[in-house]
Design a protein around this ligand. Structure first.
Ligand SMILES: Nc1ncnc2c1ncn2[C@@H]1O[C@H](COP(=O)(O)OP(=O)(O)O)[C@@H](O)[C@H]1O
Ligand SMILES: O=C(COP(=O)(O)O)[C@@H](O)CO
Length: 577
């Protein structure tokens, strides 16, 4: 149980406030996260790490000399937005480019990837890299599909030490890639975690059993076993990881490895030491020489009772970076010369917002779009708990909360845009950007993209026609497919968006008005959302839990169908746009 909180919605922000207040020697707060509070080294690559909140010391606790230059911090269990990553990167960079490092989760991949594009376009060369160390989340021949868990730390540490050593961006990226290729982790859990404000755990593990292959969001494991002794757990960990070696290691005898025994929440240091005692014996028996082992909490999941073991197979270069000194709030090694405090004022510019000139017809349409967004906010509010419940079956249970944050932000941005006299296109674009920024997560990125795609075809000059709306939805579908990489049948919101876009285009092609065409498409969307219950997920967080998800519809598909339905209501009331 997470007992100490104020307003659960404010939890992530308040964690950051307290963390910064307690660690001013290392960090300062900037919009989107934290950066080092020490002077920059001109020309050094800035290594930024990031992800959702709820995993301390990942990610903010790893900011400091020898480790990350900054951390981008999302809401609980939801990736931060591209806007947040850009803001932290601008504050942290010092002319050598930026490397963004994060675990391999759809939302993180989308937002950090987008941030890398934006920053590079703006003249800050930036690369993004996703860590994939969790052996239980995909087979050895599909390592790119694996999740990032406690092995985040070995990759962050190696890349950051390479940056500190003066390597350029391409070289630091190469080191991150090499460290990731040589990192493997396995986790287990004995009970689930409860998010602040929730009255039940996100998942449960039967009494006396442990979930094997547990992820850091409490994604249920790939198997279940009786709770073993401490030695039994050490044996499971070591046996599994020695059977999943990097491709360039055939014999472990004589190899050197960094080791992390990580507590995921409520497992005590004493228990970890008992497990580590046997891990060390087993590795020694296998002929593996352990270098700088770490036993403690490095990536957590609230009150999840669980642990993970990470092996980091070293070569000379990786060993140099693994053992290099570091000084961060939650990770210290060796000794280094303290850098002077940051002298510069990192205050981020906040420009007065303006909107492009719009025609009266487009401003009239903007009022309808605003009403539609308000209706979206209401329907999401009313269904947030149910969306969270559906998402928890095979995901991380945050879909309702994420959609709520996005919809609220979109309405606020749209209200401000109306006040400034925006046309329909600009209003929807600003609403989409705010949605992506405040929601984070996979659906935040995709909803931002979808709204922006529609906004682009509406523009601010013409009265939006049914054809323009339909083209915008089609462009949105194309962009979601391109960026998200899902296909129809993968059990995502694409399974609703595709038939919705197709039905809308057909009905508009038959010269139906927007309201009627949208109504037909919304009916189709509702049926398509229900039909996702029969599908087996092939992408995203639900994939490793494919069978568990059958019988429950996809959360993102359901929320999209709800939204198309309420927007139809608004159009019908207004007799079309
Ligand atoms: N690659 C993808 N393409 C399209 N939609 C996706 C993709 N991955 C996930 N989704 C959608 O996102 C929904 C989950 O949204 P959300 O809970 O906000 O994300 P997260 O899993 O990042 O917490 C899923 O139910 C699914 O509909
Ligand atoms: O939750 C996280 C990312 O999840 P998304 O599904 O990508 O939003 C974060 O905690 C791990 O970085």
């Amino acid at each position: 149980m997470t007992r100490l909180y104020n307003d659960p919605a404010e939890f992530a922000g308040e964690v950051l406030d307290g963390f910064v207040a307690a660690h001013q020697r290392w960090v300062r707060r900037v919009p989107g996260g934290v950066v080092r509070n020490t002077a920059k080294t001109p020309g050094q690559v800035a290594v930024l790490v990031g992800g959702g909140s709820g995993h301390y010391p990942a990610f903010t606790g790893l900011v400091g000399q020898g480790l990350a230059h900054g951390a981008v911090s999302g809401n609980i269990f939801a990736s931060p937005s591209a806007q947040q990553a850009c803001s932290v990167a601008r504050a942290a960079e010092s002319g050598g480019g930026v490397l963004l490092l994060f675990g391999n989760y759809a939302g993180d991949v989308l937002h950090f990837g987008h941030a890398a594009e934006i920053l590079t376009q703006q003249g800050i060369p930036t690369k993004a890299f996703a860590v994939t160390d969790d052996v239980s989340s995909a087979p050895a021949d599909q390592t790119a599909k694996r999740r990032g868990v406690a092995g985040d730390l070995t990759v962050f540490k190696a890349a950051a030490a390479a940056a500190e050593a003066g390597l350029d961006l391409d070289e630091v990226y190469r080191v991150a890639e090499r460290a990731n290729d040589r990192t493997r982790s396995l986790g287990v859990a004995f009970s689930g975690c409860t998010l602040p404000g929730a009255d039940a755990p996100l998942f449960t593990v039967p009494e006396g059993k442990m979930a094997v292959g547990m992820g850091i969001h409490g994604e249920p494991g790939i198997g279940e076993a009786d709770v073993p002794s401490a030695d039994g757990l050490a044996e499971l960990f070591v046996r599994t990881l020695l059977a999943d070696l990097p491709s360039d290691i055939t014999d472990v005898r004589g190899q050197r490895a960094g080791v992390i025994l990580n507590g995921l929440g409520t497992v005590k240091h004493e228990e970890l030491f008992v497990v580590y005692r046997r891990v060390a014996q087993l590795l020694a028996e296998a002929g593996v020489e352990v270098v700088d082992p770490e036993v403690g909490e490095f990536v957590t999941s609230f009150d999840l009772a669980g642990a993970s073991l990470t092996l980091f197979w070293l070569d000379d270069e990786l060993e140099r970076y693994w053992t290099a000194p570091a000084d961060a709030p939650a990770f210290r090694k060796g000794s280094l010369t303290p850098a002077p405090p940051a002298p510069e004022d990192l205050a981020v510019e906040s420009a007065e917002q303006t909107v492009p000139e719009a025609s009266e017809e487009s401003r009239e349409a903007a009022r309808v779009v605003f009403t539609a967004l308000e209706a979206v906010r209401k329907v999401i509010d009313g269904n947030a708990d149910e969306l969270g419940r559906i998402d928890a079956v095979a995901g991380d249970g945050d879909h309702g909360i994420g959609m709520q944050r996005g919809a609220v932000a979109a309405v606020d941005a749209a209200r401000e845009a109306l006040r400034l006299g925006a046309g329909a296109g600009t209003l929807l674009a600003l609403a989409g950007d705010a949605w992506a920024d405040k929601a984070g997560g996979t659906s935040g990125a995709l909803w931002g993209l979808l709204l922006r795609s529609i906004a682009n075809t509406l523009g601010d000059k013409e009265k939006p026609t049914a054809a323009a709306v339909s083209e915008g939805v089609a462009a949105g579908l194309e962009n979601v497919l391109r960026v998200g990489g899902a296909r129809v049948g993968d059990k995502t919101l694409v399974d609703v968006l595709a038939p919705f876009a197709e039905t809308l285009a057909t009905a508009v092609g038959e010269s139906r008005g927007l309201t009627e065409a949208w109504g037909r498409a919304a009916e189709q969307a509702d049926a398509a959302a229900k039909a996702t219950a029969d599908l087996v997920p092939k992408i995203g967080r639900a994939r490793p839990l494919a069978e568990k998800s059958v019988g429950t519809p996809d959360a993102g598909a359901v929320s999209l169908a709800l939204i198309t339905d309420v927007v139809h209501g608004v159009l019908a009331e207004r007799k079309g746009v």
